[in-house]
Design a protein around this ligand. Sequence first.
Ligand code: HEC
Length: 210
Amino acid sequence: MPYHETGRVAMMRRSGLLCLLVALVWAGAVSHAVLAQAPAGDGPRYVNGTSLVRPEDYRAWPFLGSGLGLTYDAETAAPSTPPAFSNVFVNPSAYRAFLQTGTWPDGTVLLLEFRRSLTGTRPNTTGRFQGELTLLEAEVKDARFPGGWAYFTFGRPGAMLDAAPPIGGEEVERCIECHTEHTAVERTFVQFYPTLLEVARARGTVKPGF
Ligand code: HEC
């Protein structure tokens, strides 16, 4: 075997190794760049700065409570309309912070869904259970917005937005007014979330006027 043949093999091996090294470093840099773009944690994700991206997995988030007939238009709703269920979920990191402090951290995302209430099936024909989704709304604690909170509506199934702009104008004034005057903790209806109400009482964070 001529000497320079083996030398060439060795050189090919070496350049192969070099390619592999370069590829590894490059892959590392790319995955780092991808990770850097991913949002930190489970807080709000926005497009165009302030449009809230609808969290796909909110149904796997901590569940705070559900109301039956706690709709906003109680006085105007027809008495014959079956009362709707409302379910409230919050992002896990904000939930953990609330358990520690009794207050919501910046980056809290609360989701409110309305579902039809149904009745008349076996075994208990007078009992009520939840049916299909009718509306999805959100509230986010984010210091960039006036008063530190923003309100969003994703709308109804069939025409559900993937990202919702913050509600503005007179419409948001209504959200803010009710969520300021009638809420037990900050802008939230903790009085309807029994386990959190205990936490807020223990931490002394229930609003004085409540
Ligand atoms: C007339 C009063 C009233 C108005 C106006 C109102 N809400 Fe609410 N909101 C409530 C009540 C009551 C609950 C508790 C529902 C439950 O526990 O099922 C609630 C709960 C919520 C929650 C769950 C987190 C929390 O704050 O406890 C979100 C999100 C929400 N509302 C969004 C909105 C948005 C967005 C608007 C404006 C478009 C709005 N709300 C306007 C009364 C109101």
